[in-house]
Design a protein around this ligand. Structure first.
Ligand SMILES: NC(=O)c1ccc[n+]([C@@H]2O[C@H](COP(=O)([O-])OP(=O)(O)OC[C@H]3O[C@@H](n4cnc5c(N)ncnc54)[C@H](O)[C@@H]3O)[C@@H](O)[C@H]2O)c1
Length: 275
């Protein structure tokens, strides 16, 4: 029996660890070939080996998603090898905790380079390829009979409201929601679906970093205690998200069941935010 993403070609940025790795493995398990676009060569190869264990292809591109030429080259190589790109998961992102009064232009630009500029131009490059895959007759009709691509961008509940101690991260994730809406409008005539997800508190290496700064260094708490406290205060479902919780919703947004969803930002947060 065919699997849900049998022979689909999916690019996952930042697939070396955390949420991106979980998405890559979940999609591979469902039959997709995975393109790993990752800045860290070791974690990229580690994920690739796990992907191949599912009997699908894994292609590794070690790059910075903010390097537009490298991203364009990757898209051309993927299209040449597989003949098409069906799915883009724009997951790679960075975080830095710094008080609004202390942030420097360098810190602002460092984060925006990946979270906004890198994400936007990766989307643009892949969208160009997806549009090229749409038959001319469909383009002429201005309305597509089925989906010709799925794009999911990783925002955050932090994109829903400001953060005094991570204002640049909050702004970047709000920008991801806006980019998602703009791209959904632009790509709708080709029936390319563009949606975002907004995870809340997810147990990943990024979260370990925030726990170190906010819990251990700033408040003198033991490892993991701040996360637990935040979960109890903020999350009605009373547990942090796993990477699989996020991967499952992302898979839904890439499956035919969600063909009529576009331009949306879905919270995956155990009820933390409700708008
Ligand atoms: N962990 C959370 O609680 C949480 C919550 C909401 C949203 N998110 C978002 O989900 C996404 C994944 O988060 P995570 O917790 O798995 O992070 P993570 O730090 O564990 O993993 C991020 C991955 O992206 C890669 N990466 C970073 N910059 C890159 C670049 N310029 N080019 C290519 N690869 C790059 C890293 O090497 C790493 O493998 C991010 O966009 C993050 O902002 C995370």
């Amino acid at each position: 029996m065919d699997k849900r993403f049998q022979d689909k070609v999916a690019i996952v940025t930042g697939a070396g660890q955390g949420i991106g790795e979980a998405i890559a493995l979940h999609f591979a398990e469902q039959g997709a070939h995975i393109v790993i676009a990752e800045i860290n060569p070791e974690t990229a190869e580690r994920t690739a080996a796990k992907v191949r264990a599912f009997g699908v292809q894994a292609q590794v591109h070690v790059l910075d998603i903010g390097d537009h030429a490298a991203v364009r080259e990757m898209v051309a190589l993927v299209a040449a090898h597989f003949g098409r790109i069906d799915i883009l998961i724009n997951n790679a992102g960075v975080n830095e905790r710094v008080d609004l009064m202390d942030i420097t232009p360098e810190q602002w630009r460092w984060l925006m380079h990946t979270n906004v500029e890198g994400l936007f131009f990766t989307l643009q490059s892949v969208a160009r390829q997806m549009i090229a895959q749409v038959p001319e007759a469909v383009k002429a009709a201005g309305r597509a009979p089925r989906s010709f691509g799925k794009i999911v961008n990783l925002s955050s509940v932090t994109g829903r409201r400001g953060r005094a101690n991570a204002p640049q991260y909050a702004a970047s994730k709000a920008a991801v929601i806006s980019i998602t809406q703009s791209a959904a409008l632009r790509l709708a005539p080709y029936n390319i679906n563009v949606n975002a997800v907004c995870p809340g508190l997810v147990e990943t290496p990024m979260w370990d970093y925030i726990d170190l700064i906010e819990g251990q260094q700033r408040r003198g708490l033991p490892k993991g205690a701040w996360l637990q406290q935040r979960v109890e205060e903020k999350v009605p479902l009373r547990r942090p998200a796993t990477c699989q919780d996020v991967a499952h919703v992302v898979a839904f947004l890439c499956a035919p069941e969600s063909d009529y969803l576009t331009g949306q930002a879905l919270n995956i947060d155990g009820g933390y935010e409700m708008d």
